[in-house]
Design a protein around this ligand. Structure first.
Ligand code: HEC
Ligand code: HEC
Length: 198
């Protein structure tokens, strides 16, 4: 990671340590009351039907909060999310995290056995030990994202962004390390496999 990215990440940690951090429990009902500002893009019930827009339903609470903090600070780049997150208070971020985390995750149809691309993705996930952090069922936990059932285009963009250094995650260099050995065809197979996992 570059020195600048390191500085941004430490600033974010300082800001969170000073304010209410992801450890504090949010109010899901209050989050639901303001979720109309989000569901036009992220989908009714947090399951996205919009290109390049992540599903939020069932993502870990801490993960959701951290991403909003990263957008707010500019550490994670998005023309859409940066201005939106800038208007959110720590309390609103906690409440939104609690609400979307409480929703049932997307449930895609499992990929058919004959899906060769998904099988290649499963092999790559095992070989690269993605489950060590994302969990046996890719459900995520804490600051680690849920991957199962996420949109295929979203997973692929995220992997490309981590590999190119456009996106710097919270595990310091964990996703930069994880994507380092992957070629673009590997990332396509992983995205296809993960999107089809219920
Ligand atoms: C105009 C459409 C739009 C609206 C409205 C919107 N988002 Fe987003 N959101 C996006 C897009 C597009 C991304 C993907 C950014 C990227 O490419 O990295 C995103 C990413 C996110 C992420 C990161 C998820 C992940 O899996 O990486 C979170 C969390 C999020 N938005 C929460 C919210 C919340 C909470 C609201 C309401 C306050 C909201 N968004 C409103 C379009 C939108
Ligand atoms: C050392 C732990 C670790 C390993 C190993 C790991 N990840 Fe991650 N991953 C993370 C963390 C932490 C995040 C959240 C990063 C952030 O804060 O932006 C993440 C985020 C992601 C995201 C973004 C999801 C979203 O909705 O924004 C994708 C996609 C992803 N990982 C895929 C993978 C794949 C595929 C592998 C295996 C090749 C893998 N990860 C291995 C820790 C890990």
């Amino acid at each position: 990671m570059t020195a600048r990215a390191g500085a941004i990440v430490s600033l974010v940690f300082v800001a969170l340590a000073a304010g209410p951090g992801p450890a504090a429990a949010g109010d899901a009902a209050a989050g639901k009351a303001m979720a109309a500002a989000c569901t036009g893009c992220h989908g009714e019930d947090g399951v996205s039907e919009m290109a390049l827009t992540p599903s939020l339903a069932g993502e870990p609470d801490d993960f959701l909060q951290w991403q909003l903090v990263y957008f707010r600070s500019g550490a994670r780049k998005s023309d859409v999310m940066e201005p939106l997150a800038q208007s959110l208070s720590n309390e609103e971020i906690r409440n939104l995290g609690a609400y979307f985390a409480s929703l049932p995750p997307p449930r895609p149809q499992p990929a058919p056995q004959s899906d060769a691309l998904a099988q290649r993705g499963a092999g790559l996930a095992a070989q690269n030990r993605c489950q060590a952090c994302h969990g046996e069922a890719f459900a995520g936990s804490g600051a680690v994202a849920r991957l199962a059932g996420q949109r295929e285009d979203v997973v692929l963009k995220a992997l490309r962004d981590f590999k190119s250094g456009r996106r710097v995650g919270s595990g310091v260099a964990s996703m930069a390390d994880a994507t380092y050995p992957l070629g673009d065809d590997d990332m396509q197979a992983l995205a296809h496999y993960l999107a089809g996992r219920p």
